[in-house]
Design a protein around this ligand. Sequence first.
Ligand SMILES: Nc1nc2c(ncn2[C@@H]2O[C@H](COP(=O)(O)OP(=O)(O)OP(=O)(O)O)[C@@H](O)[C@H]2O)c(=O)[nH]1
Ligand SMILES: [Mg+2]
Length: 643
Amino acid sequence: MSSIIVGTAGHIDHGKSALVRALTGTDPDRLPEEKRRGITIDLGFADLELEDLRIGFVDVPGHERFIKNMLAGAHGIDLLALVIAADESVMPQTREHFDICRLLGVSNGLVVITKKDLVDEEMLALVEDEARELVNGSFLENAPLVTVSSRTGAGLDDLKSQLTEMGRRVPPRSQDFTMRLPIDRAFSMKGFGTVVTGTLISGKITEGEELELMPSRTNVRVRGLQVHNKSVREAHAGQRTAVNLAGVDTAQIERGMVLAPAGRLRPTQIVDVWIDVLPGASRAVRSRSRVRFHAGAAEVLGRVRVLEGGQQIVPGSSGLAQLRLEAPVVAVHGERFILRSYSPAETTAGGVIVDPFATKHRGREMAHTLELLRSLMREERPAKFEAFVQTAGDRGLRLNDLGAATGWTNEVLARVASEVQKTGSVIEIGGLFIARSSVDRLSEAVVTELERYHKREPLARGMLRETLREKLFTHSAPELFNGLIARLEAQSKVVSEKDIVRLSKHSVGLSEQETELSKRIEQIYLAAGVEAPTIDEAMTKANVAAPKRAQARKILQLLIDDRTLVRIQGEMFMHSKVVQELKTKLQTYAAQHEPDRLIDVPAFKDLAGVSRKYAIPLLEFFDREQVTRRAGDKRLILKPRVS
Ligand SMILES: Nc1nc2c(ncn2[C@@H]2O[C@H](COP(=O)(O)OP(=O)(O)OP(=O)(O)O)[C@@H](O)[C@H]2O)c(=O)[nH]1
Ligand SMILES: [Mg+2]
């Protein structure tokens, strides 16, 4: 059994609801007020099974004032039944509803002329002509035109067989998109709790599944599912679906919210869009004008900023624009929407979401922005993928981000990602997809920064990793920085050692003067032996004037780095030869004191020829170096490790 959605559209009183009732036996007008006034106010629903086809009808109100409700039902339909009453012919909402369906990308349907019992042949022929004229040049141009009377039943069988035939030809919905259910109704049912309904526009819902209610990001669980009034374990794209939810109160849900898999989609408030303004619109879409944005079952107010060709998009033309919405919505790339003017409310345009997570654009970057948006509008997915990655610039995007923007499933994302990487235009670094041009620019920035650093600090081994990151990568994920450095290392451009990064070609080069100073400092420490001088004392002995001390300290650091000097404690350094001699003396002492190999502090003072001031730090140093080990108030001299 395949399921399709048929939506009615047309002017008030043209017999849409009566037609649905005549076909299905269900009156789609369920509200008492609707019954009393004899008009449809809100969306109505009914089901019909025709052989192997299951049809879900969405019946919309024709009244101009309820167009907002009509819009909440017009998305996601497979077949349009454009209803025109034979006694009135084409009227304003016939046109407006038809425009809306066209703008929403509905691409299949038929024309149903109702109330044929009220007119003669001549009138009927006239209405048929007018209907044909209306749909001329549209997706309904060659569609069937059926004349019926819901009162007498005439033509209904013909309509049913047309629906069956057309319904069978409706292509199955793409499996490439994440589940989305725009909610058009929420109510609570005794014994069940919260129930929401909507047209499942993509993916599937499974009983027991954890979902997220958007844009409020409420976690919910699917307690039960119904399709066409029957409990099911799974609901599929193209089905009118009722979901019994746990974890949320009916009061927290409103029409226009969206059910999606947990953590998959994200709310947004700034979207870049392509707008088509209706040729018959009474006004242009202008920058700064306030509009009503209708997507899925949602209506949100927003402001327009036209991005190209001046401040407006005139009737009959199209262009790129940005919408800043007054409340968050869930939107994905490629999703259609309708724009209505704020006051007077009139359907002026439709469009498609290009970048759902847009940022405010700067005027001087507009050419680049427009180029990116055009790439996003290209057919091929790899081109879209690449363009999305480019919109993120040097920050890159995770697959998750791309999933939220496109609504593509993981399978599609993985496939497109690998295709794009093959071309080399996008590179994956540390889980982030980033444009090759950005990688090149960032790599160059790292190299330039290191070059500058080495020039400024020729005596330093390299730059602190963290300093480099803060300088160039404050706005990106740490994984990107780490990944990029690893990449540069693999390319032998940089070397990273512990917390230091340097250019691989950099080596510390000393001038003659500096070499001389370095030797002098070394000599001072060598001569001092165990009676280590403080750094200041060493500087004074080496005749280093106060202003030169900073540089001298760097030379000292080099001596530490190449292990000529050994840090005993704090600012106490000794020459490595001195330390080595002490170690030898200790081993000799131990050999003389086998088998216990113990030495106490006074004995050590004698052995090393030092006062307590040096003895304690030295012993602690040897403990750390595992030359000795504390044993009560003595030290055990460990056997030297064979290395
Ligand atoms: N004679 C005749 N009357 C019809 C026919 N279809 C509908 N009607 C009548 O026309 C009136 C309007 O019908 P509805 O089905 O409510 O019209 P609608 O298009 O749903 O109206 P809205 O939902 O308010 O836009 C009702 O009084 C119906 O009984 C028909 O085929 N023949
Ligand atoms: Mg109705």
